[in-house]
Design a protein around this ligand. Structure first.
Ligand SMILES: N[C@@H](CCC(=O)N[C@@H](CSCO)C(=O)NCC(=O)O)C(=O)O
Ligand SMILES: [Zn+2]
Ligand SMILES: [Zn+2]
Length: 212
């Protein structure tokens, strides 16, 4: 089987649980007062280790083509933490920038391909100050579980049959993961509010009208 078995997905009844994400049948149990843990890449030898000194927030499934997914999964599981809480503690020399032109600067292990951290460098970005992480890379217990599914329509770009999308959305809802085709309304509202504030703090442009 290839990285993503799109042939199996064209069957009449796709095995949704198997293709959504391996962690979804046993989601993490959030622990109050949890203060973070260690993320490790999938290398048996000299794994990259990242220390995260914070609980994660906005944990969600993401169907976009850019976020890292375990083999065979259609969705990534991705959350944010304050960037100050993130420190590469071991084998950081193995990290490489996946796509320098992306808004989220994702750093992956060059040996196993796992993405350890996604950082926003543009200070004007609504999510500046937050790093994207994959909590499944940690064996520590207490991380916030995923709460919704984002960029769901994007899985079609990975080969998921468009005709099966109503079933996929129904299935995500049955798992308590409301499907959205961008981010959740809460996050979209935060993005728009940030844009309004940015416009207000920018001096108004004078529009010159040429005299006839
Ligand atoms: N259809 C595209 C969507 C890609 C996309 O816009 N991804 C979002 C969500 S990633 C985390 O939730 C995004 O913010 N991307 C910016 C970036 O990744 O740099 C596709 O599937 O590729
Ligand atoms: Zn690795
Ligand atoms: Zn994504």
């Amino acid at each position: 089987m290839g990285r993503l078995d799109t042939e199996a997905m064209t069957g009449l009844v796709p095995d949704f649980l198997a293709v959504i994400h391996p962690a979804i049948s046993h989601p993490s149990a959030q622990v109050e007062g949890f203060i973070g843990g260690l993320l490790k890449c999938q290398c048996d030898k000299s794994p990259v280790v990242v220390s995260v000194g914070s609980q994660a927030s906005h944990n969600h499934l993401c169907g976009c083509s850019l976020c890292w997914k375990p083999d065979g999964a259609l969705f990534s599981q991705v959350a944010v933490v304050p960037r100050d809480a993130v420190h590469v503690t071991e084998n950081g020399d193995k990290l490489g920038l996946v796509d320098p032109s992306a808004v989220i600067q994702r750093y992956a292990c060059r040996d196993c391909g796992v993405h350890l951290v996604g950082r926003i460098e543009a200070s004007s970005h609504p999510f500046y100050g937050l790093d994207f992480i994959h909590t499944e890379l940690s064996t520590d217990v207490g991380w916030e579980p995923p709460k919704f599914a984002a960029f769901v329509s994007s899985i079609i770009e990975a080969g998921f049959p468009a005709a099966e999308m109503p079933n996929m959305r129904r299935h995500l809802r049955s798992l308590g993961l409301e499907p959205y085709d961008c981010l959740s309304p809460e996050l979209m509202d935060a993005i728009s509010s940030h844009i309004v504030l940015q416009k207000q703090s920018r001096p108004r442009q004078r529009v010159e009208v040429a005299a006839e």
